[in-house]
Design a protein around this ligand. Structure first.
Ligand SMILES: [Zn+2]
Length: 493
């Protein structure tokens, strides 16, 4: 009998034992394989060659309204791991604020595999390095003082079982990559221009994506040219003007000021001690005007995204739903566990079902509410050129350099790599050190143009941090070009 079927047999027996011990729910995630690889070339030298390989199980039980969690890498000690989870739940039940409730769900049998052609972990290291080296060579230029090229691969095989009879096998396979060129400007200050591997939301996720010169390498000439324009440019003068966010910046704006504040555990105050809270309260779900009529934020199930994984860590199948519809907050990112508390605190049903957002960053971490693919739907205000033509006084901004966000995500301040000034419908010049800031709701209420499908790009975030102990999670954001009116820019960098 292979290791998976031995673990499966033990787990089924133990799940039954937990119900007999008075638990109302129990679940298990068995990571048969969890691999990570990171490679970074800095000025052509291999600065990071990081490899991690993990295997183990995480057990969660619900007893007397309290969750108990335990994990082990010793697959011969699975019953003991269940015992520890049970003891933890019994101890936690003594200190309960609000009793947890998983509700009930129909059992699911499923399998999920992302689309890929070439497993990055089957590609020999010298082949990966020679690809990164080739990109690095192309980044060399008289204006470039430092160069960085990085790649990051993830592969996991996870089996999920719960006491309701749900059994799921899923694979995770992700490829991330980025390149940055750096130089000092005429004031001696560091400037940079970068590119992160992005997509139109379709395609595959394997090594072939990175190896395709039209996907990654093709950006080397552009970022070098734009760095040259940045170092020769003046600083963006302060003032109010329209802000046109390219998806390279828009995805982070959405991540920080729509994604994070709409995580239900933050809304309920469970993340206050580390990640922060939310300006949204449970009773606002369904009625809060979050933005203008143009704002449609949606959890999407996009093929080529690290936020698409088939089933979440409670076995809920992923599906698409609106978070914000025509500017009104209609739903949040949630898992099964907190629905009861949110609805009780709101005094009515504000969240009807799990949003399949329960995610854990490893077998030894407990699932929490995470972003998946928090996207902005493309609109009907045309191409980037159409939006530029319609703008009298504005700036186009791309890629974050710095960010500072209120702990309840009620306001924000971002610095970007580059700004293109727009005057009377055309681009006039480049500015360096651009910044913009605003209050979250006021800002989204000033959204007045949303680009079409041609402007929509899916960005990958490999390092969203949350939870205590901290969990680093990968998510995706598809966003179009967006124009916001009369925004405070160019101050406080
Ligand atoms: Zn984050």
């Amino acid at each position: 009998m292979n290791i998976c079927s031995t673990v499966e047999k033990t787990v089924r027996t133990q799940l039954k034992r937990m119900l007999e011990a008075g638990c109302s729910f129990a679940d298990v995630r068995f990571y048969d394989e969890d691999r990570t690889e990171r490679l970074v070339l800095y000025d052509g030298n291999l600065e990071v060659n990081y490899q991690r390989w993990e295997k183990g199980i995480g057990v969660r039980v619900l007893k007397n309204g309290a969750i108990g969690f335990a994990a082990t890498a010793d697959l011969n000690a699975i019953p003991e791991c269940f015992d520890r989870a049970l003891a933890n739940a019994e101890a936690a039940a003594q200190l309960l604020g609000f009793p947890k409730d998983m509700g009930s769900a129909q059992p699911v049998r499923g399998k999920y595999q992302p689309r890929f052609q070439q497993d990055p972990f089957a590609v020999p290291l010298p082949e990966k390095l020679s690809l990164l080296k080739r990109v690095d060579e192309k980044l060399k230029d008289n204006t470039v003082e430092h160069r960085m090229v990085s790649a990051h691969f993830q592969k996991r095989r996870i089996f999920y079982y719960n006491s309701e009879g749900t059994e799921i096998e899923r694979w995770v396979l992700n490829t991330f990559a980025g390149m940055t060129v750096m130089a000092r400007d005429k004031d001696g200050k560091a400037q940079r221009r970068s590119y992160e591997l992005d997509s139109d939301g379709t395609g595959t996720r394997g090594f072939e994506w990175l190896a395709n010169p039209q996907a990654f390498e093709v950006h080397t000439e552009r970022i070098k040219r734009e760095l040259g324009e940045i170092v020769a440019a003046e600083t963006l003068p302060p003032g109010r003007r329209d802000v046109i966010l390219l998806p390279g910046q828009g995805h982070l704006q959405v991540h920080e000021t729509i994604g994070h504040p709409l995580e239900l555990d933050r809304i309920l105050g469970y993340e206050l001690s580390f990640a922060g809270g939310s300006h949204v309260k449970p009773e606002m779900i369904g009625t809060l005007r979050y933005g203008s009529e143009k704002l449609n934020a949606k959890v999407m199930v996009v093929e080529n995204s690290p936020g698409t994984f088939g089933y979440d860590d409670e076995g809920t199948p992923q599906y698409e739903y609106y978070l914000i519809k025509n500017g009104i907050l209609v739903n949040v990112l949630c898992c099964r566990l907190d629905l009861g508390e949110a609805n009780t605190k709101a005094g009515r049903v504000v969240v009807a079902r799990s949003g399949a957002s329960a995610r854990a960053a490893g077998f030894y971490k407990t699932p929490i509410d995470r972003m998946t693919n928090v996207c902005i739907e493309w609109g009907n205000d045309g191409t980037l050129e159409d939006i530029i033509r319609a703008t009298e006084n504005g700036v186009i901004l791309d890629m974050p350099v710095s960010w500072s966000i209120g702990s309840n995500r009620e306001h924000f301040h971002f610095g970007c790599e580059i700004a293109w000034e727009v005057r009377d419908g055309r681009i006039t010049r480049v500015f360096k050190n651009p910044t913009y800031q605003g209050h979250t709701l006021e800002f989204y209420n000033s959204l007045d143009m949303v680009g079409d499908r041609s402007t929509w790009r899916l960005f990958q975030v490999a390092n969203c941090g949350k939870g205590e102990p901290n969990q680093i999670m990968e998510v995706g954001h598809g966003v179009p070009v967006m124009r916001f009116r009369n925004v405070l820019t160019g101050e406080g960098r």
